[in-house]
Design a protein around this ligand. Structure first.
Ligand SMILES: NC(=O)c1ccc[n+]([C@@H]2O[C@H](COP(=O)([O-])OP(=O)(O)OC[C@H]3O[C@@H](n4cnc5c(N)ncnc54)[C@H](OP(=O)(O)O)[C@@H]3O)[C@@H](O)[C@H]2O)c1
Length: 222
């Protein structure tokens, strides 16, 4: 969920490299990018003995209630075994100078819908859900990214608390450091440091971790 660009897109490629007849449902807002990704992935398996098209996509907006309803309809039909939730973001600037609707957008896409997906998954026998946190913003303040940071703290609180309820459910939080994607503003200082990683490298770490028996439900990778 959040597969059209950046980390989610790199992860979709990574998951696909390892699968013979895995089915994949890609979701985000931009139909053109999802259609292109779907075609690319389906074409790479064209010569294999697969049962028709394994990759599907669905466009919807996670910031809106109707987007949530449509996404759950798709998930009901698809019956996923695993869900990876990548969508997130928020306005960049002093808290009071940003519009309230932009703060609401950040909380809804980064936290509220992610939490709702976990709730849905736990009620629908999904085996694993992995949410994406932030090594930086989930555990310290993030000036000019207050609503984003608040949403990432909330994700960590949610996952920690659910784990204390001992669920028979594989819920994890993967928290990367800076990655070279559209999320990071063009002139953001991390772009000029060695801290910034390629989403392809980070997607590989996430994919391997998602297939292991973890010693902890939370992995920070930076
Ligand atoms: N980049 C970093 O430095 C960094 C660091 C730490 C953590 N992270 C986390 O990693 C995750 C992925 O980030 P990224 O850097 O890959 O960001 P990105 O390049 O902005 O990609 C975000 C993805 O989420 C989708 N998305 C955004 N808003 C959506 C909405 N309202 N409804 C449906 N889909 C939506 C986007 O697709 P559409 O535009 O097509 O909807 C896109 O596929 C995020 O949770 C982010 O917080 C990133």
């Amino acid at each position: 969920m959040g597969a059209s660009r950046g980390f989610g897109r790199a992860f979709s490629h990574r998951i696909w490299d390892d699968s013979v007849d895995r089915r994949l449902l890609l979701m985000a807002r931009k139909a053109e990018l999802l259609a292109e990704l779907k075609e690319y992935l389906n074409n790479t398996k064209k010569d294999m003995n697969t049962r028709g098209e394994l990759v599907k996509f669905f466009t919807c907006d996670f910031s809106r209630e109707e987007g949530h309803v449509l996404a759950f309809q798709q998930l009901e039909m698809f019956h996923p075994e695993r869900i990876f939730y990548f969508a997130g973001g928020g306005p960049y600037g002093a808290f009071e100078k940003m519009d309230w609707k932009d703060h609401m957008w950040a909380w809804t896409v980064t936290y509220v819908f992610a939490a709702r997906v976990v709730h849905w998954a736990m009620q629908h026998n999904v085996e694993q859900v992995i949410l994406v946190g932030s090594a930086i913003s989930e555990s310290q303040g993030d000036p000019r990214g207050a609503s984003y940071s608040a949403a990432k703290h909330a994700l960590l609180g949610l996952v920690r608390s659910i784990h204390m309820e001992n669920p028979a459910f594989d819920l994890r939080l993967f928290s990367p450091g800076y990655m070279d994607t559209d999320l990071l503003p063009a002139h953001a200082p991390p772009r000029h440091s060695e801290e910034m990683k390629s989403p392809i490298e980070v997607a590989d770490v996430l994919w391997k971790w998602s297939n292991e028996e973890p010693s902890d439900f939370h992995l920070i990778y930076k």
